[in-house]
Ligand binder design. Structure first.
Ligand SMILES: [Zn+2]
Length: 133
């Protein structure tokens, strides 16, 4: 469980990632999480084809094991009093000022988010669930 962490810009561990299955890959736009096992089984051609998706996932949520993905799905986070939503901005050339400002903003509930992503063309920002690490 200790591996499921969200790292801040400075590398400090701040929050625990709750549901890997909800992660949307900003390149493919699909709900997809590459696991260590899955990457280990890829041929070099398969890896090359998915490399950008894997690298951006690594940057934002890391590469979990299959077991970690299973555990993160099973967690009873709805009843955890430290549960919060965090806005994660995917910085690209088209990222708007609003998204840039919102990076790292924490919310108690999704209703507190003024407007959910996407906020701009090709916006791949996410609002993800976390609990205190
Ligand atoms: Zn955005």
């Amino acid at each position: 469980m200790k591996n499921l962490f969200l790292r801040e810009e400075n590398g400090k561990i701040k929050s625990q990632i709750l549901n890997y299955a909800e992660h949307v890959n900003p390149i493919s736009g699909e709900k997809k999480v590459y696991t260590r096992e899955e990457i280990g089984k890829m041929s070099s051609n398969e890896f090359a084809a998915k490399e950008k998706e894997i690298m951006i996932q690594m940057k934002f949520i890391g590469i979990p094991t299959e077991q970690e993905v299973k555990i993160s799905k099973a967690q009873d986070y709805e009843n955890d009093p430290t549960m919060e939503y965090v806005w994660i901005t995917q910085f690209t050339a088209g990222t708007c000022d609003r998204c840039a400002d919102l990076n790292g903003t924490r919310y108690k509930s999704l209703e507190d988010v003024e407007e959910l992503p996407p906020l701009h063309n090709r916006c791949a920002c996410e609002v993800i669930k976390t609990v205190e690490a």
